[in-house]
Design a protein around this ligand. Structure first.
Ligand SMILES: Nc1ncnc2c1ncn2[C@@H]1O[C@H](COP(=O)(O)O)[C@@H](OP(=O)(O)O)[C@H]1O
Ligand SMILES: [Mg+2]
Length: 128
């Protein structure tokens, strides 16, 4: 069964929203809560299959918390996008600008699509 990881700090991502997503796609393991780039490392070494991060409005993602991790996941056949399915844009300076709702990284494409659909289904009641 798949495990997801997410930020340690609730201030950086809604733990209740990801818990709802996990339930709706059938993930029953406890999440791994890890800082920054370590979440991508957890997927690369097989400790988790998913990373989800949904920050409050106004929080800006720094490129150094993601850049190397995205490369590692993609080279290994995984997928990392925002919640609209768009690639992360590292070309705009120190922040990821124009991010649609949050970040979803997965070891495989099927799982990733399932989570994107779950986000769309529950976003309007999320308070995010
Ligand atoms: N070992 C650690 N202990 C505490 N905070 C850490 C940390 N490693 C990274 N961080 C912080 O975690 C945030 C990014 O990780 P995450 O993606 O899990 O939210 C960054 O904070 P800010 O974005 O609040 O500046 C970063 O400074
Ligand atoms: Mg902080």
């Amino acid at each position: 069964m798949a495990t997801f990881c997410e930020p340690v700090e609730k201030a950086n991502s809604s733990h209740s929203f990801t818990a709802g997503l996990a339930q709706s796609v059938g993930l029953r393991n406890q999440p791994l809560r890890l800082y920054s780039m370590v979440k991508y490392g957890a997927i690369a070494r097989g400790d988790a299959e998913i990373f989800m991060k949904f920050s409050r409005a106004g929080y800006k993602e720094k490129i150094w918390d993601h850049a190397a991790g995205v490369l590692i996941i993609e080279e290994a056949g995984g997928v990392v996008t925002d919640a609209g399915g768009n690639p992360l844009d590292f070309s705009k300076g120190i922040y990821l600008e124009g991010l649609d709702r949050g970040i979803i990284a997965c070891a495989g494409h099927g799982l990733h699509e399932k989570i994107l659909r779950a986000v769309d289904a529950s976003w309007n009641c999320s308070n995010l």
